[in-house]
Design a protein around this ligand. Sequence first.
Ligand code: GLP
Length: 261
Amino acid sequence: MEVVIVPDARTGGELIAAAIGRLLSHKPDALLGVATGSSPLPIYEALTAKVRAGEADPSRARICQLDEYVGLPPGHPESYRSVVLREVVEPLGLTESSFMGPDGSAEDIEGACAAYDRALGEAGGVDLQLLGIGTDGHIGFNEPCSSLASRTRIKTLTEQTRVDNARFFDNDIDQVPHHVITQGIGTILEARHLVLLATGEGKAEAVAQTVEGPVAALVPASALQLHPHATVVVDEAAASKLKLADYFRATYAAKPAWQGL
Ligand code: GLP
């Protein structure tokens, strides 16, 4: 696992946006997996700035969703479909036709999960999957004790995640759905490159367990250790519990420029 410690979230966003720009220059129709939450926002801002400056061309890119709430009415502003359209698809000048995600309002949720998992494969697989991390170490909505081989499926949120996400629902936990669809950990691990961005002290413990702890279902993000090309970008606060922080800094500083992120 490659660990990159950056001074702040903005720098992390710029670094990752540059990697996406390079991906698009050699694969213009790349399938980019995006995450929701506040952590990836600096990536989308930096990428949008690059596009506006003519430094990246996403016009043929395809965007896919990591997870979704179950049961929100279609078009609900906090459904992840709405969030991704608002924060990623529209700012990049793309349309819904370049976008794919699971249907959280389907009558047959299990069928919708299987269909989405299949669709990702049929689309050629995800080239670069962006990830955030929950305070309990979840990725997507794979809560602790998710199978490390899991596929896209319905999950029940922990109380902690519902508390964390209540800020998007008028700080009212009762409005936060109990159920979600998420790409499974096995599904996520099929992406060609995984890039996790974590910022702030609240993520420090989860980051330390992800990077330096054992691979364990209790910390779903630790499954990134099994991936041949996983990059974890953290600010100083999120890196504060890493025992090997100095080693990671030295490794990144000594990296040849051509190697990129
Ligand atoms: C939600 C999302 C995750 C995200 C997490 C952390 O649970 N399903 O994909 O990583 O929130 O969000 P934030 O970055 O806002 O802390």
